[in-house]
Design a protein around this ligand. Structure first.
Ligand code: AMP
Ligand code: MG
Length: 412
């Protein structure tokens, strides 16, 4: 039985990010939502593109208005009106101004904008009642945010609303992103049926297929659902052999314990995979098979069959590896642990690193962990619903007492 951190580093070393040349595709702006940028994006434009006004008001020469006040207003002649999107025609001279609106291009000769709230308009003249605080007030100068040639987005970021807005503003209609990792999911067990089949005595619904499909999809990967495979060696072998050529990761649940029908490791060895992990000192989830096929590069995760064990093993071991494969930056694929105050006693037998599920909430004094009610049995799927964190009782420790600090893995 490997300690959790050793198992984690073996897995993360087996998996390398997708290739920046071979494993990329070009997608439209809107299809890039949620995808991972594969190449650096550099601006060809200055931001702002033009010197423009940050206010509705009057474009002036600072020297004309630097000494005015409500008692000593300064009159200026309005020689042009400049709405947004319009190229100014005038050149402001001393004693002159242009009416200007937010986002409109500054006219030549003006260096400052006076907001309209401190002015009084009279026909084609305006009285400036207050001096600007400084020259260039309310002017957004060309290139003052970013100049052309500045790298703006780095590879490995997940493209959301603000990143896609940047790409749109940069006039990038096609974005180079990593392809989606392909993940095969299969459930083993003669007892399993699909949710729409009536239950016969001894049968159980294959909930793992659904849990993993959703968990995998949440990472942005493409799912290949391989369904329920009976505990029959040849069928299982054929299914695995077929799937390893088309998937980056292949996940199975069940069949990795030491029961008479647990064939997975034998089959993987027969198919030429190298088995790197057999079991991990973790609860729930002790049986965990991790193997790699050298010819196809597919990594196989044989997860335990118990529904809670399957999901906890996914969150702790598979999800970070899958995100790393997908090309996201390291800060985004590392599991996210926080320190919380436990609201209950947390028990373990001390023999395995123990993960207890419950709710992680942000209280007025930081995070608090509320253990889920009901049985903490690895077969009890029900109270896992609504959980947002897994509290960790380390190896060789048997109790984290109420009020003490506990490390909690955020789950989503
Ligand atoms: P196994 O690892 O195959 O011995 O399975 C361990 C336990 O998990 C057994 O009680 C199985 O019935 C249950 N189990 C296995 N696969 C699934 C599945 N896909 N969905 C729900 N429960 C499962
Ligand atoms: Mg089984």
């Amino acid at each position: 039985m490997l300690p959790v951190d050793q198992a984690e580093s073996i897995i993360l070393n087996l998996v390398q990010p997708l290739d920046t040349q071979r494993d990329v595709e070009k997608v439209d702006l809107l299809s890039a939502s949620g995808r991972i940028l594969a190449t650096p994006v550099t601006s060809k434009l200055d931001f702002p593109h033009w010197d423009n006004s940050a206010m509705d008001g009057y474009a002036v020469k600072f020297t004309d208005v630097k000494n005015c006040s409500p008692e000593n207003p300064i009159p200026l002649a309005i020689i042009e009106e400049i709405p947004a999107g319009y190229q100014p025609q005038s050149h402001i001279q001393t004693g002159q101004t242009a009416r200007i609106f937010t986002g409109a291009v500054m006219p030549l000769g003006a260096d400052t904008v006076v907001m309209q709230e401190v002015t009084q308009r009279k026909d084609n003249n305006v009285l400036i009642l207050e001096s600007p605080k400084n020259q260039q007030e309310f002017v957004r100068y060309r290139g003052s945010f970013y100049t052309a040639g500045t790298p703006l987005l780095s590879p490995g970021i997940i493209l959301g609303a603000s990143e896609i807005a940047v790409l749109a503003a940069l006039q990038c209609p096609k974005i180079t992103v990593y392809r989606r990792p392909r993940v095969g999911i299969l459930s083993t067990g003669n007892e399993l049926v699909t949710p729409d089949q009536p239950l016969q005595p001894g049968q159980l619904v294959d909930s793992n297929q659904y849990a993993l499909a959703v968990a995998v999809a949440q990472t942005g990967a493409e799912i290949i659902r391989l369904g329920i495979v009976p505990d029959e060696r040849e069928i299982l072998k054929k299914t695995i052999a077929g799937a390893i050529t088309t998937t980056d990761f292949l996940l199975s649940t069940g069949g990795v314990s030491v029961g008479d029908y647990d064939y997975i490791e034998d089959i993987l060895t027969e198919l030429g995979a190298e088995i790197h992990i057999h079991s991990v000192a973790v609860k729930p989830g002790k049986p965990l098979t991790v193997a790699k096929f050298s010819d196809t590069q597919c990594v196989y995760f044989g997860l335990p069959g118990n529904p809670v064990s399957a999901l906890v093993s996914f969150w702790r071991f598979v999800q970070p590896a899958l995100k790393k494969l997908a090309g996201v930056q390291e800060a985004a694929w590392r599991p996210e642990f926080v320190t919380a105050r436990s609201l209950q006693d947390l028990h373990s037998n001390g023999k395995r690193e123990t993960y207890l599920w419950g709710q992680l909430n942000l209280g007025s004094n930081g995070y608090e962990f509320q253990l889920a009610g009901g049985s903490h049995n690895s077969g009890n799927l029900i109270n896992l619903a609504g959980s947002t964190g897994l509290a960790v009782v380390p190896l060789n420790e048997t109790l984290i007492a109420i009020g003490e600090s506990v490390k909690v893995l955020k789950i989503s």
